[in-house]
Design a protein around this ligand. Structure first.
Ligand SMILES: NC(=O)C1=CN([C@@H]2O[C@H](COP(=O)(O)OP(=O)(O)OC[C@H]3O[C@@H](n4cnc5c(N)ncnc54)[C@H](OP(=O)(O)O)[C@@H]3O)[C@@H](O)[C@H]2O)[C@@H](O)CC1
Ligand SMILES: [K+]
Length: 475
């Protein structure tokens, strides 16, 4: 698992380390790492032009020191100082000593435009609010690839929110530890690299699953397993109007594991004809025993849907309540009375469903919003978005960062619900199950798309390919 820490925690760890480290040593270590990445981005660095955008804090200091190291490799370095009186004194002196050029904002456009690489040292972890106008004015001249120092300036370090002009980096080099911005604003960060500073950090505020974490928890059959031992997934989805939701959700459960899938609802004929391996009936009351329920996609928000939801919540097995089930829970909080408080519940809202559950949309801090919702409903909350946040009632939170936006297609959520249900049925911790399902879902989306838009059926068809990659990594 990849750990992510808030800027407050990182600053506290940095203070402890700075107290026992020679003056300036950490910054030079950070800046040297930065200069190595800059050189890689330039290809053959000698004779190339790099322009540094230098703010008044230590982020600008990092950029100036990186400029110093690049000068040693014969790079032509120009530093644009946003506030010449406050530029990091030692960094500025070192750059000047090494033959770097220093220009004020007024003279900067030409130097920014003709750079081969721009290094963004405007602000780092102490950034507050949107970029100020003078800093923002530099952005329009950028033509070259951008290397962000610690984080792309203009993006909130702790929430990844972008409220105004912001740097879009091709690469971000961060120091000490990953910050929330790197998981929550992937498009602004580009590829993120970490320079280790030896910070003493434990118990991350946020985590991101890696392939081996997903492989380790995913239910894979062993020699003694049969169709029942990996858990039977029940899917209560679809209606006469929306039978497709049932086909997608139940189909995802079929592909996710080798355990059995039961379907209950009005789309039984269609589900049976599409997935002959599924045992399909018309009603949840005669569905037979299952180890988890997926309920909601396409069931409607009327009386019938409410009855189905109440039955499923009272079944004493983990439930993934998705789509219409979320709306029903928001509208009729008493429906949760049917739930045994010891059985896990997973809610999977998008922003509008979240607003129904919580009274307002998640806002800028999506991690805090998901945590609050998880506490309120005593449920795992998987907050859908470009980056999916999964929070547990005990405060654990993780982010799934996709590599594209291929999942934003109709029916994609139905596929995700089936994946969650199948992993829940195997008895995996519901927070981990939801995060692992989100990971496999986005990987399947990426594989199905392969660089061009795909469909939910395409994502469904790529689940096996996604899982196959995990197994290879595991073995
Ligand atoms: N500590 C360490 O061990 C190490 C730290 N390291 C580095 O230090 C960085 C943190 O440095 P930091 O704390 O000096 O603050 P930082 O983010 O550079 O600048 C904040 C200043 O910018 C301004 N400003 C604020 N908001 C703004 C806005 N919206 N738009 C425009 N300007 C704005 C404001 O200045 P003002 O003009 O108000 O005086 C404020 O004071 C960290 O990200 C990493 O890169 C590495 O060297 C590794 C070792
Ligand atoms: K920056």
């Amino acid at each position: 698992m990849q750990g992510i820490w808030t800027t407050e925690r990182i600053r506290a760890a940095e203070r402890k380390l700075l107290a026992v480290t020679p003056d300036g040593a950490l910054m030079r270590k950070a800046a040297f790492g930065l200069s190595v990445h800059a050189a890689k981005m330039l290809g053959a660095p000698s004779g190339r032009r790099v322009t540094l955008l230098v703010g008044s804090g230590d982020n600008g200091g990092d950029a100036l020191w990186a400029g110093f190291f690049l000068r040693k490799r014969n790079v032509a370095v120009t530093a644009v100082l946003l506030n010449p009186d406050k530029a990091h004194p030692q960094g500025l002196a070192a750059l000047k000593r090494a033959g770097g050029r220093v220009v004020p904002v007024a003279d900067s456009p030409q130097w920014i435009r003709k750079a081969d690489l721009v290094i963004d040292g405007i602000v780092g972890i102490s950034a507050r609010g949107s970029l100020r106008p003078d800093a923002a004015s530099l952005l329009e001249h950028i033509k070259a690839p951008v290397l962000a120092v610690d984080l792309p300036s203009g993006v909130d370090p702790d929430t990844g929110a972008i409220d105004g002009p912001a740097i879009t980096a091709d690469r971000t080099v961060t120091f000490g530890a990953r910050k929330p911005v790197h998981a929550l604003a992937p498009a602004a960060c580009g590829e993120v690299f970490l320079v280790d500073l030896g910070l003493d950090l434990e118990d991350p505020d946020l985590v991101r699953l890696e392939a081996e974490d997903v492989a380790a928890c995913w239910p894979i059959p062993g020699p003694s397993d049969d169709k029942y031992t990996l858990g039977v997934t029940g899917v209560a989805a679809g209606s006469a109007v929306y039978p497709g939701a049932a086909v997608l959700s139940a189909g995802a459960a079929v592909y996710a594991t080798s355990g059995m899938v039961r379907y209950a609802g009005p789309a039984a004929d269609l589900v049976r004809s599409r997935w002959p391996e599924i045992i399909a009936t018309g009603s949840v009351t005669d569905a037979g025993r299952v180890q988890s329920w997926v309920v909601g996609p396409g069931i409607g928000t009327g009386h019938e849907g409410r009855e189905v939801l109440a039955t499923v919540l009272g079944a004493g097995v983990p439930v993934c309540a998705d789509a219409d089930a979320t709306t029903l829970i928001a509208q009729h909080s008493d429906v949760l009375d049917a739930r045994d408080p010891d059985t896990p519940l997973v809610l999977t809202p998008h922003d509008r469903e979240f607003a129904r559950l919580m009274g307002s949309e998640p806002g800028k801090d999506r991690v805090a919003a998901a945590r609050a919702c998880a506490r309120r409903y005593d449920a795992v909350v998987l907050l859908k978005g470009h980056c999916t946040v999964v929070a547990a009632p005990d405060g654990r939170a993780m982010v799934n960062t996709p590599r594209g936006s291929w999942l934003a297609t109709p029916g994609s959520g139905d596929v995700l619900s089936g994946l969650i249900g199948a992993v829940l049925a195997a008895g995996v911790d519901p927070w981990l199950a939801s995060g692992a399902a989100a990971y496999v879902h986005s990987l399947a989306g990426e594989l199905a798309a392969a660089g061009a838009p795909t469909s939910s059926s395409g994502i469904l068809g790529a689940i096996s390919d996604a899982l196959r990659t995990l197994h290879w990594r595991k073995s």
